[in-house]
Design a protein around this ligand. Structure first.
Ligand code: ADP
Ligand code: ZN
Length: 194
């Protein structure tokens, strides 16, 4: 029996990969196209990622779009307007463990949710909550950078300074893209004598 559709279907798209792989560029490309189609778009990033601009998501190639800062994923949910059709989220790895559930709620309300974020940390370990989001997303795009050492496809973010902080928001020269052969997590380890 055909069930009449009363609600527009929503879904979750995830764009993930290493730093410099073009996640923000791809997110901005999709959001711009939605705006051109006159869809109502809202864009969010976590409050503490203010590296480039307080009120924009910005790519390393300097593409930018106005965004709203939110302290956590529940605050994001509260800030989404009823008539928003597309919700873009950058730096998903800096959100809390509620982000997958918040994205589910938005998609269940009929919204297209697009999340960009790192899939691995500087040690190559899965970077929560992105792995959870990958499991529940309808669409996944894995982006790769170019290894700055050898030119192969780069799936890793190499930290170039010694620090054991998982979140070390980078000044220029703190990170670079590397392939699996050139990636060396030991480069970021703090020497015992330090
Ligand atoms: P991400 O969001 O994944 O960190 P961005 O979208 O911010 O990536 O930036 C992608 C841009 O970074 C590329 O278009 C290019 O201009 C620049 N870039 C710098 N280093 C590299 C690299 N090693 N490989 C590919 N792109 C790089
Ligand atoms: Zn390499």
């Amino acid at each position: 029996m055909d069930v009449p559709r009363t609600q527009k279907a929503g879904w979750i798209e995830v764009i993930t990969g290493s730093m410099f792989s073009g996640k923000s560029e791809e997110l901005i490309r999709r959001l711009r196209r939605a705006q051109i189609a006159r869809q109502k778009v809202q864009i969010f990033k976590p409050t503490f990622d203010n590296r480039f601009s307080d009120h924009h998501i910005v790519s390393h190639s300097d593409m930018r779009m106005a965004s709203e800062n939110v302290a956590n994923s529940r605050a994001l949910l509260a800030q989404v307007k009823d008539d928003a059709e597309v919700v873009g989220i950058d730096e998903g790895q800096f959100f809390d463990a509620d982000l997958p559930e918040v994205c589910n709620e938005l998609a269940n309300k009929g919204k297209r949710v697009i999340v960009a974020g790192l899939d691995q940390d500087y040690l190559g370990k899965p970077f929560e909550p992105m792995p959870h989001l990958l499991a529940i997303a309808e669409y996944i795009t894995k982006t790769l950078a170019i290894c700055v050492v050898c030119g192969n496809p780069a799936n890793h973010t190499q930290r170039l300074v010694a620090s054991q902080d998982r979140v070390l928001v980078g000044a220029q020269g703190t990170y670079e893209a590397r392939c699996r052969g050139c990636f060396d997590p030991a480069l970021a380890s703090v020497p015992d004598s330090a």
